[in-house]
Design a protein around this ligand. Structure first.
Ligand code: NDP
Length: 346
């Protein structure tokens, strides 16, 4: 099989990946992107924004923009400057791709990568292989979901289920309405406090009898009448056809054998904050990660990993901000760092 040697390969096609591609292409590195395959809800090319309806906090879009439309624009901008993409039919550039068809094309995933020596060997689907002088890992993280059928359907259709209050919480449908947050960690409390600015009441559903969140975060919600905390409570169904109308709850602190009390609670929105899982499986543990799997960057403020010429950008290396704009910023940094590294070793 024919192999290619590349100056820069970017793995991932969210804001971090495409921004790295735009910067690298403009620096004449002819980046090659593995954009990933549409293989289910969590694996769309374009990343988590492909599951987001309205994006209102990305600067430059005063009227807001749909997540997929925004990622389509990132994609076209990257192609315009010479970025190439690995598709099922091999490497393609702007002249071969249907830019209007955007991200709904047959791109490839990376199956494995060998970081033991440079140039790094990257194997995609179907055994397609490239060697890369530098690599940007921008594969993002996926929000964990409860796995309820209606939850996923209403998240995909913009019907009031979301895994990001900062992205969706300020939408008019939630204003002065009762909404719910699932989870007991710092994220859940952060989401709840953000939502409390707009919602009339925020219910927090915690599956145990205690929070996992830090005491400081807990103090934001405990004893505050804007919040109602439902301990030992699981959300077992989301109600509503085209929009959330409520949830079905089950108490789980009852005796063994008791199926638990079932209760219906009317709500207009449900925010799932039960953690994220970074997409790092294909790395096979070759880069250092924290206990949740986020890649660790040894030099604060830089995107270089501990492996020469390998950079990580966006949510895959960022458990803290997890925003499109911060991911894009890291993508730009990664491309600039790769360009400078290549200039030094050339
Ligand atoms: P965490 O893993 O800390 O918490 C996840 C929460 O979700 C836990 O309460 C867990 O319950 C609950 N949970 C997990 N699965 C389910 C399920 N299937 N059904 C119901 N509940 C479930 O994740 P976070 O996203 O909250 O935080 C990730 C990291 O980011 C942490 O290190 C956190 O400290 C940090 N962070 C810090 C912030 C800050 O300081 N401002 C803000 C946001 C995040 P259980 O406890 O029972 O396992």
């Amino acid at each position: 099989m024919k192999t290619h040697k590349e100056k820069l390969v970017i793995v991932g096609s969210g804001p971090a990946g495409w921004t790295a591609a735009i910067y690298a292409a403009r620096a004449d590195l002819q980046p090659l992107v593995f954009a990933g395959r549409a293989a289910g809800k969590d694996l769309l090319p374009g990343g988590q924004l492909m599951l987001t309806t309205e994006v209102e906090n990305f600067p430059g879009f005063p009227e807001g923009i749909e997540g997929p439309e925004m990622m389509g624009r990132f994609f076209r901008q990257a192609l315009r400057f010479g970025t190439r993409v690995v598709t099922e039919e091999g490497v393609k550039d702007q002249s071969d791709l249907d830019a209007n068809h955007g991200l709904y094309q047959t791109f490839q995933n990376v199956q494995s990568i060998d970081l033991s020596f440079r140039p790094y060997k990257i194997v995609g689907d179907n055994g397609f292989t490239v060697y890369a002088e530098t690599v940007v890992i921008a594969t993002g993280a996926k929000a964990n979901w409860l796995g309820l059928e209606n939850e996923l359907r209403l998240a995909q259709s913009g019907g009031g289920v979301s895994a990001c209050a900062v992205c969706d919480g300020a939408l008019p449908i939630f204003r002065d309405q009762e909404v719910g947050v699932v989870g007991g960690g710092d994220s859940a409390i952060e989401e709840a406090s953000y939502l409390a600015k707009f919602a009339s009441k925020v219910h927090i559903f915690v599956r145990k009898d205690r929070f996992r969140a830090s005491k400081a975060m807990q103090s934001r919600v405990l004893g505050n009448s804007k919040y109602e905390i439902h301990w030992n409570t699981e959300v077992v169904d989301v109600l509503g056809d085209s929009a959330v109308t409520g949830v079905t709850l089950r108490r789980n602190d009852l005796d063994d054998g008791d199926p638990g009390q079932i209760e219906h609670l009317p709500l207009r929105g449900l925010f799932i904050a039960i953690g994220h899982t970074p997409n790092t499986g294909f790395l096979g543990g070759q880069l250092a990660s924290d206990e949740q799997g986020y890649l660790q960057l040894p030099n604060p403020g830089f995107t270089a990993t501990e492996t020469e010429g390998v950079y990580a950008a966006g949510d895959v290396a960022d458990p803290y901000y997890r925003q499109a704009i911060t991911a894009a910023g890291m993508g730009a940094k990664a491309a600039i760092e790769a360009e400078r590294f290549l200039a030094e070793v050339a």
